[in-house]
Design a protein around this ligand. Structure first.
Ligand code: C2O
Ligand code: CU
Length: 462
């Protein structure tokens, strides 16, 4: 069997079948032309756990789940953010290599958007893949209460799949009455972070999706949780990883307990069971016991596809770092008991310093950003030498540029391009990048409590 490109299928008019991509997506919002869309930040209430509505859910537009945005690679996109929250907000387009002015970091790249105000974002995504959007302001609360939306950049040259399912993976901190409880516990923030009490995919516990029997499903998973690291397994089906963090992998590889943390994305080609009614399950094996994330039920007569026919997706235009003579930027992660008390936080400072980068507990999003951690020259290559001197894993995320994973003290690495590296306890990793995007780019742990208690800084490209 040959997987035709979507463009060919579109030409043949064949994509309108029962399993056209995107059927399982909650609240899809397609930016078909350059006409701007509106994203209105506000509060809502809806039942999450049980029948009682949870009050104080934060989202954009009506649904409790924010709309999934569909863009096209190389096509302009524009969105007006209207703030109807009772507090300031912004939008950061996680993983997109766009202009610094559009990056959504208050005070560093744009002003606060106060209640009743709006801000116009406009950019052209250079890369195809799975991304997401979220505020960069009071994030433990705003993201914790629901402001974590998915953003997909389509590539018309991608191979076509029999079906597509998009999974927004996250927890909620709810009490037994279904209402929000305190967003964190300081003693947990000083460790691996405070976990949610209710685990969901697309705002539901272990949802089930229909997919063609014997077909190949493109599953786009995004970890939008503020704390949890996942270790993925597929039960009752075979699955290979085809893309990580918005970049295709050169060679698809078996899912086999792949680990990823907050902010990260994993795209799978999942081969459905043959028998009508059979169920495949995606599971998080990081917890004990493991728990199911989402299920897929085989429907119809088997399409008899073969995973070996899945080809690598076309690569994104990310520059290859030139390693010879590349300057090394050390980034040493540590716990700290000392350091200056946090500066007046404008963007939801948690009031503690638990973490440091290069011995400095950074105060993050404040009206008075500290000096950049390093100044990079535009167009030059650098090696970020990330050393984890803590007993916890940290998903370290860089805005605005993708880096290549070069080496790890803990063994062989996949030489992928990514925007987030999940560094393990005591690991040292080298990440190569070309500083090809001007401006101030935040680099931080995406465990939001770590980010908000010192593990955040920024790189300046001049
Ligand atoms: Cu999802 Cu500062 O990022
Ligand atoms: Cu961390």
């Amino acid at each position: 069997m040959v997987l035709l490109s979507r463009r060919t299928l579109l030409k043949a008019g064949a994509v309108a079948g029962a399993y056209g991509a995107g059927l399982a997506i909650a609240g899809g919002l397609r930016a078909a032309s350059a006409a701007p869309i509106t994203l209105t930040a506000g509060e809502t209430q809806a039942p999450l756990k049980g029948d009682q509505p949870t009050r104080g859910i934060m989202t954009w537009n009506e649904g409790p789940q924010p709309p999934t945005l569909r863009l096209e690679k190389g096509q302009p996109f524009a969105a007006r953010l209207v703030n109807q929250l009772k507090e300031p907000t912004t939008i950061h387009w996680h993983g997109l290599r766009i202009d610094n002015k559009m990056d959504g970091v208050p005070f560093l790249t744009q002003p606060y958007i106060y209640t009743g105000d709006s801000f116009d974002y406009a950019f052209t995504p250079p890369d195809a893949g799975t991304f997401w959007y979220h505020p960069h302001c009071n994030t433990l609360v705003q993201m914790g209460r629901g402001m974590t939306g998915l953003l997909i950049v389509e590539n018309p040259d991608d191979p076509a799949f029999d079906h597509e399912v998009v999974l927004n993976l996250r927890d909620w901190r709810l009490g037994n009455d279904g209402q929000f409880i305190d967003p964190f516990k300081p003693r947990d923030a000083a460790k691996s972070g405070t976990y949610g009490t209710y685990k969901t995919a697309n705002w539901q516990e272990n949802p089930i999706y229909d997919a063609p029997a014997g077909g190949i499903v493109r599953v786009r998973m995004v970890i939008t949780d503020v704390t949890r690291i996942y270790s993925f397994g597929a039960d009752g089906a075979e699955a290979v990883v085809i893309a990580l963090d918005g970049n295709p992998v050169a060679e698809p590889f078996p899912l086999d307990r792949y680990q990823a943390g907050p902010g990260q994305r994993i795209e799978l080609a999942l081969r459905m069971p043959e028998t009508e009614g059979a169920i495949a399950t995606l599971t998080n094996y990081r917890t004990s016991p493991a728990y199911p994330l989402a299920r897929f039920r085989a429907v119809g007569a088997s399409l008899k596809r073969d995973l070996r026919d899945v080809k690598a997706l076309p690569a994104n235009p990310v520059s290859e770092p030139v390693l010879k003579d590349a300057e090394v930027v050390p980034l040493e992660l540590s716990a700290t008991a000392e350091g200056a008390p946090p500066k007046e936080g404008f963007c939801g400072s948690l009031g503690y310093n638990f973490w440091a980068i290069n011995k400095t507990p950074w105060s993050g999003d404040t009206a008075d950003p500290m000096a950049p951690l390093a100044e990079l020259k535009h167009g030059k290559s650098y090696i970020l030498r990330l050393a984890n001197r803590t007993p916890h894993a940290h998903p370290i995320h860089l805005h605005g540029m993708s880096f290549k994973v070069l080496s790890s003290s803990q063994g062989a690495v996949r030489p992928i391009f990514t925007d987030t590296y999940l560094i393990q306890p005591d690991e040292i990793a080298e990440l190569g990048l070309v500083a090809d995007n001007l401006g101030d780019w935040v680099i931080h742990c995406h465990i939001i409590e770590h980010q908000k208690t010192g593990m955040t800084a920024f790189l300046r490209v001049v």
